[in-house]
Design a protein around this ligand. Structure first.
Ligand code: CS2
Length: 452
């Protein structure tokens, strides 16, 4: 399989497709595959398809798909040239996509499409008719692309396949299965049955803090790795990948990079989403309202730090892992969030709150209530700070699903504002949540330092 989007030097054969080429993929799955290739005779190459950032495809091509991964913490930095990506293509190149997914040598698809990428209603609206027409047009949504690719694979009799979700969603493999099979069934029942028989949907928990790189990072890459690099990736030393599911056509030995395979992934998902991502979202909204730009700056602010500690205590009450494992996770997070050599912008994390808060914050409250515990004040504060962010700083907001909210919020009074945002993220209106969020709004007001 060759084309002008493939590496020119001898490299690992393409055996993995990735959807959602971006910095996180290059710091995480591509790094694990690079390490696995280095530790084994078996070589696995990745063909990555772009998501939003198509210019990365061209930039990678200029560098024969190699790039520098800079790992940075307060003790210093190191760099590695990663060469597991061996080809890249635009996400809207439908013909190329179908060729890769239908190639019997390609055993699996990994994907980083963000929380918003899993919406079935959007997929049905955009792609169902194109799938039915079956005239080679490129799909617009990730579920549409996956169904299109799997149809090509079934027609090519290319055999079983695995799809690994790498997004911050609970039960991400199950969510992917449901979206893909349900869209396929609306197009062709036989295809839906083929998918059920041949495709394994793997859930995974991914973790590595990877902020956007800056122009200075290119100089660092040159100094440390000796290669000029227009698109280096900067990340932290910590990395985690926990997976659950079958790989019927094989996979790299990702364990070489520390990946873990488990039967029951739920507690690990909750630990990651509720401790790391929940605290990130809390910091993103309260931190910016207190005048901070980055995670480490916000963690240096005692008022913010105390609320993060409280959020961790509230989440720990409902995570089914032993105390020592939770202690270790929280201890690691204190150090990771304080890493001042990683400039992780709060506004980057603040994006798409309407997609993120339900699983990071609201679900913890539901579990607390189910366990007979009160609503957590720090969780309610995260929601109150998000409301304030949407209402008072439209210039900060990046969230398609919440786009109409600013106007509605500024024309409503306090109680109605809370109802508006809970309608979006907690439509079941968990008992007592409205009152707790209203109280948190009152608590937050005197502590703001933003130009409100
Ligand atoms: C962050 C995550 O932007 C965000 O929403 O919370 O991207 C976070 O940095 C990663 O999940 C870390 O593994």
């Amino acid at each position: 399989m060759t084309n002008d989007h493939t590496a020119t030097t001898t490299r690992a054969p393409v055996r993995i497709a990735h959807l959602g080429l971006g910095a996180f993929h290059r710091a995480h799955q591509a790094w694990y595959t690079h390490v696995a290739n280095g530790a084994s005779d078996e070589q696995w190459g990745i063909e990555a398809f772009s998501g939003r950032r198509t210019e990365l495809v061209d930039a990678l091509r200029e560098q024969d798909f190699r790039y520098t991964l800079i790992v940075r913490d307060s003790d210093g930095e190191s760099a590695t040239r990663i060469d597991s990506i061996v080809a890249a293509a635009y996400g809207d190149d439908g013909a190329r996509w179908r060729d890769v997914i239908a190639d019997p040598a390609v055993a699996l698809l990994t994907m980083t499409i963000t929380e918003a990428g899993y919406a079935l209603d959007v997929a049905v609206e955009c792609d169902k008719n194109a799938l039915v027409a079956d005239d080679g047009a490129a799909m617009v949504t990730a579920p549409g692309r996956i169904v299109d690719g799997l149809r090509a694979r079934s027609r090519a009799h290319a055999g079983p396949f695995a799809i690994v979700s790498c997004d911050n969603l609970p039960r991400n493999g199950v969510v992917t299965h449901d979206v893909v099979v349900s869209l396929a069934a609306q197009v062709d029942r036989g295809l839906a049955e083929w998918i059920e028989r041949n495709v394994s949907f793997v859930s995974s928990v991914v973790d590595r803090i990877t902020p956007g790189a800056t122009p200075d990072d290119s100089s660092t890459a040159l100094a440390l790795a000796g290669h000029s690099d227009a698109i280096p990736v900067v990340t932290e030393p910590f990395s985690e990948w926990i997976l659950s599911g079958e790989f019927p056509a094989g996979r790299p030995h990702w364990e070489s990079g520390g990946a873990r395979f488990v039967d029951n992934i739920e507690a690990f998902e909750n630990r990651k989403l509720w401790l790391l991502n929940g605290a990130h979202s809390l910091l993103a909204y309260v931190g910016t309202l207190r005048g901070h730009d980055t995670v480490d700056e916000a963690m240096n602010d005692e008022w913010c730090r105390e609320r993060v500690e409280q959020l961790w205590a509230e989440a720990r009450d409902v995570i089914e892992l032993n105390e020592s494992e939770l202690d270790a996770a929280v201890e690691a997070l204190r150090a990771r969030f304080a890493n001042s050599s990683i400039r992780h912008l709060l506004l980057q994390i603040a994006a798409d709150g309407s997609q993120k808060l339900p699983s990071r914050i609201v679900e913890v409250q539901r579990r607390r209530l189910a366990a007979g515990l009160p609503i957590g004040a720090a969780g309610a504060l995260a929601i109150a700070a998000w409301l304030t962010h949407l209402r008072d700083h439209p210039e900060w907001v990046s969230d398609v699903r919440a786009s109409g909210l600013h106007d509605q919020l500024i024309h409503s009074d306090g109680g109605a504002q809370v109802e508006l945002i809970l309608d979006l993220i907690a439509p079941d209106k968990s008992h007592g949540l409205s009152t707790a969020v209203s109280e948190a709004l009152a608590e937050l007001a005197p502590h703001r330092k933003d130009p409100s």
